[in-house]
Write a new protein. Structure first.
Lengths: 373, 290
């Protein structure tokens, strides 16, 4: 036997040993860890922190009720900055270092789409509580969400506008996964509803100067402006639109459900409207959030994040194990009712909710209020 | 209503802001001959100093304005005494100074994000501002003030460089620092003063911008990219060149959005930068112009 062969044997033995050591039986007594991903810094930090508070409430309630499979639940929180690369890092850290058994996240579609392949490859179920881009439907077998796809939102929005006689619509959208997804969905929904797109303007997620875009929108004299934006761009863009003399009604999507936008804009935001997926906020839940945050602030994603953690916990309970594949199979059989998000949550074959209902919010006196028809 | 008047107004608004920044940047560049990327840090110091004084501590506007500008100037002055002066005394290469200044910008950006969070903050207390219409173009009062400030500062800087003793000393250093020192000019003192003055421009620019739009920690780097492009196009170290560069960059930014779409803005701007570097590396005005 020559030297090379001897070394080969040694290497094989060492590698096998390492692999086997790693496979040493999982501790069945420690806490069960679930990872949470959301933006704690950047554009949507307000939404991420709000959702974190809701998840903390759900975590405390689950543990007060005896935990999962007789073990305590521990949620590990990671900042994904609402961006692809940090999200991919966050999900790797959660899976490889923290050894989470499931992931609740992310907020932003871009972050979810970047993290999904990592979770899918590792066989760790992932449930997004806020990512609405249509592309999330096809992100993988282990990828779920309890918020409905933007295809529903775009159809609802387009039908509402055309139904009000606002047929000529100008579209302004943010250039990221969410904005591009909603743009495509809105274009086809608007055409189906019988409306016309009179302008289509995009802006970079980091840009706060939308003056030239808004100038073009003004020049197209639309009946309404559909503005797909995140918090920062929306604050700057709405102000600039008003100053440039855009008088058409301004209409947005669910990301406008951030109290920071309307408190910053004050009277400038008056009269703006946006579509929002329905929630089932009980007074009890609102009070719990207020107690947690010290101020009354509840963003819709937080309702879905709260229910999301409960859905994951129940699925692990029903699976009877923390094994990723079993939890995934249990998730597909979810029938969750009585939560604070929607009446009942079931998943289709894509891991999307089977049902969606929307409402329209109107900005009045610096706060978003449910519009009564 | 045609689009052209508004596009020209938008150009003028962007150009005014960049003109303020490039004057500050070029004053220093002419004398020290390295790209002080930490100018972006001074922008952040001014913007967030103002934010702290005006929106958190509720000082009057004028006090906060002065405080913000003082902070960005002190940032520049301290960076000179603690970092750049020792490196220059050691005859470090300009490349080393550039890297050090880049490091300083990243430190400033991260510190701002730690203390103020990285989310966007409008500096104005009320976003509803007075707007005017002139020849089909609409602009608000802060944009008008920015234009007037840019115009005033350009004239003052030009006159100071051209006719004052201080200006002559600065131009002598720009031509040749060693010769200037041999002829009795206290070059260290003058360069220290230039750092301080360049901070004033950073502070004025960002506060006006923040009152119109808002600030976030990534702005330091964003503005530096635009400033460097304008400075290279116009002529490195030339005050008038920088202003011309600012106008050109602003015009093509707005033209790109108007004719194509928002995505094309940086493609067009940085293509111009490359074209100028190839065909007129000294910049449109040349490096020797004031």
């Amino acid at each position: 036997m020559n030297k090379t062969a001897t070394w080969m044997v040694v290497i094989v033995v060492v590698v096998l040993g390492l692999v086997l050591l790693n496979k040493s039986p999982e501790k069945e007594t420690g806490p069960i860890k679930i990872g949470f991903m959301g933006p704690f810094t950047g554009d949507l930090a307000n939404i991420g922190k709000n959702a974190q508070a809701a998840v903390q409430i759900a975590e405390e309630e689950i543990n007060a009720g005896g935990g999962i499979l007789g073990r305590t639940l521990e949620v590990v929180y990671e900042d994904d900055q609402c961006t692809g690369a940090p999200a991919a890092n966050a999900v790797s850290k959660l899976i490889n270092t923290d050894k989470v058994v499931a992931i609740l996240g992310a907020t932003c579609s871009g972050a979810t789409l970047a993290a999904a392949p990592v979770a899918e490859a590792a066989g760790i179920p992932m449930l997004s509580y806020c990512s609405t881009a249509p592309a999330v439907s096809d992100a993988g077998d282990y990828i779920f969400r309890n918020v409905p796809s933007d295809n529903f939102q775009a159809t609802f929005g387009a039908n509402y506008l055309v139904g009000k006689g606002l047929k000529n619509v100008a579209l302004v959208y943010i250039k990221n996964d969410w904005g591009l997804g909603l743009k495509d969905a809105l274009k086809s929904a608007l055409a189906a509803a019988g409306g016309t797109l009179v302008a289509e303007e995009s802006y970079d997620p980091t840009s706060k100067d939308l003056r030239s875009q808004m100038t073009k929108v003004r020049d197209a004299t639309p009946d309404a402006v559909y503005f797909v934006g995140y918090t920062d761009g929306t604050i700057a863009g709405l102000k600039q639109a008003k100053e440039l003399g855009v008088t058409a009604p301004l209409f947005g999507a669910d990301a406008w459900d951030d109290s920071k936008i309307w408190s910053s804009l004050g009277s400038v935001g008056e009269g703006a409207m946006y579509t929002l997926v329905g929630t089932n906020s009980s007074d009890e839940f609102k009070q719990k959030m207020q107690a947690k945050l010290g101020a009354p602030d509840l963003i819709y994603c937080s309702n879905y994040a709260y229910d999301g953690l409960k859905i994951l916990a129940k699925s692990i309970e029903r699976a009877g194990a923390t094994d990723g594949e079993k939890v995934k199979d249990a998730l597909y059989k979810t029938e969750y009712a009585g939560g604070v998000s929607s009446d009942e949550i079931k998943f289709d074959a894509n891991g999307d909710p089977t049902d969606a209902n929307y409402s329209i919010k109107l900005i009045k006196g610096g706060v978003a209020t449910e519009m009564v028809e | 209503m045609g689009l052209l008047p508004q596009i020209l107004a938008n150009t003028l608004i962007t150009a005014s802001l960049y003109a303020i920044f490039t004057i500050g940047f070029n004053l220093l560049l002419g004398a020290v001959k390295f790209f002080n990327i930490a100018f972006g840090g001074a922008i952040l110091a001014g913007g967030y100093g103002f934010f702290l004084l005006y929106k958190i501590l509720n000082f009057p506007l004028a006090v906060a304005f002065a405080g913000g500008i003082l902070l960005s100037s002190l940032f520049c002055l301290l960076s000179y005494h603690l970092i750049f002066a020792p490196l220059r005394a050691r005859k470090s290469k300009n490349f080393v100074l550039l890297i050090a200044s880049f490091g300083l910008l990243i430190v400033a950006q991260s510190l701002v994000a730690i203390f103020f969070s990285s989310s966007f903050q409008p500096l104005a207390k009320n976003l509803e501002t007075l707007t005017y219409t002139l020849g089909g173009a609409r602009f608000n009062i802060i944009q008008l003030v920015t234009f007037l400030v840019a115009l005033t500062l350009s004239i003052i800087t030009f006159a100071t460089l051209k006719w004052s003793r201080f200006g002559k000393a600065v131009r002598a250093i720009k031509d040749d620092e060693e010769v200037a020192e041999l002829s009795g000019i206290n070059t260290k003192k003058i360069i220290g003063a230039l750092f301080f003055v360049s901070g004033i421009f950073a502070g004025v620019g960002i506060i006006l911008f923040g009152l119109d739009t808002g600030v976030d920690p990534s702005l330091g780097l964003t503005f530096i990219l635009g400033i460097v492009a304008a400075v290279i196009v116009g002529g490195m170290g030339s005050i008038t060149g920088g202003i011309l560069g600012a106008v050109i960059i602003a015009f093509f930014q707005n033209l790109a959005i108007w004719q194509f779409s928002g995505d094309w803005r940086d493609v067009v701007v940085f293509s111009i930068l490359i074209i100028v570097l190839i065909f007129r590396p000294q910049g449109l005005m040349g490096e020797r112009a004031i």
